[in-house]
Design a protein around this ligand. Structure first.
Ligand SMILES: NC(=O)c1ccc[n+]([C@@H]2O[C@H](COP(=O)([O-])OP(=O)(O)OC[C@H]3O[C@@H](n4cnc5c(N)ncnc54)[C@H](O)[C@@H]3O)[C@@H](O)[C@H]2O)c1
Length: 252
């Protein structure tokens, strides 16, 4: 039996990067996958790829910072599949800036996606999981949600908020059969790592060398962790932090 047979998974920011890789893996493992994203073009392209694995897949345009979008997306999934077993709150943006350079508009925009977006996911999906007394939520935090670094006050604050929000929600929902965990990747080779290389003036090779394992992570390595947390194999884990950082936090 496949590891996510008969499960319905919602993955935000699923058009590209880690979300896309996870969507393809979940589909291979038998899940009905719903990806959402603000990028409609990439969303439809990714949906076509997922459908080659499992035809029961959907894409919705969805800005995670907008509560109305959440209401509509959740209603459409319930209409189509009658349940949501897995929520991967993956959508997020990355901005590196010093404190004086961070203006309030930039602060509010990032927080509305990285923090409010995760909260709205919990608010609108948990009641549907509660009806079935089952579910698994994976919240995308970061290594930056565990440790500090220059230029990371804004992003780190958002990912730190996701880390503790995960524990609070896990405590509130444990008795209802719902598990909620956070994942903490180091640099993963998506567009975010390209941006980091550009902003920090460090080449990919230099970024690779900062990891004890000698390289940045791959989207598939995060997808595998998400799969474990989404599946019943992680049945005794909730409110916990799952680090995927090539040993980086071990030496800080
Ligand atoms: N790549 C890394 O190095 C890394 C490290 C740690 C944590 N993370 C976290 O992993 C998650 C995914 O990162 P990634 O590297 O795949 O990024 P990515 O930029 O490759 O993909 C992110 C996707 O989210 C979508 N998105 C952006 N804003 C959105 C919004 N408001 N609503 C819905 N979708 C939106 C984008 O269109 C894009 O398709 C993020 O939460 C990120 O903070 C990434």
């Amino acid at each position: 039996m496949k590891r996510l047979e008969n499960k319905v998974a919602l993955i935000t920011g699923g058009a590209a990067g880690i979300g896309k890789e996870t969507a393809l893996l979940f589909a291979k493992e038998g899940a009905k996958v719903v990806i959402t994203d603000i990028d409609e073009e990439k969303g439809h392209e990714t949906l076509d790829e997922i459908k080659q694995i499992n035809t029961e897949a959907l894409f919705f345009k969805h800005d995670v910072s907008q509560e109305e979008d959440w209401k509509q997306v959740v209603a459409k999934i319930i209409e189509e599949f009658n349940k949501i077993d897995i929520l991967f709150n993956n959508a997020g943006i990355y901005i590196i800036k010093s404190i004086p350079e961070t203006n309030i508009e930039t602060w509010n925009r990032l927080m509305s996606i990285n923090v409010t977006g995760v909260f709205l996911g919990l608010k609108h999906v948990l009641p549907k999981m509660e009806k079935k007394q089952a579910g698994s939520v994976i919240n995308s935090s970061s290594l930056a949600g565990l440790t500090g670094a220059p230029g990371h006050t804004l992003y780190g604050a958002s990912k730190g908020a996701v880390r503790v929000m995960t524990k609070d929600a896990a405590a509130e929902y444990a008795s209802k059969g719902i598990r909620i965990n956070s994942i903490h990747p180091g640099y993963i080779t998506t567009e975010m790592a390209d941006y980091a290389s550009e902003i920090t003036n460090l080449s990919k090779e230099e970024l690779d060398s900062t990891y004890p394992l000698g390289r940045m992570g791959k989207p598939s390595e995060v997808a595998n962790m998400a799969l474990f947390l989404a599946s019943d194999e992680s049945s005794f884990s909730t409110g916990a932090e799952f680090v995927i950082d090539g040993g980086s936090s071990a030496i800080q």
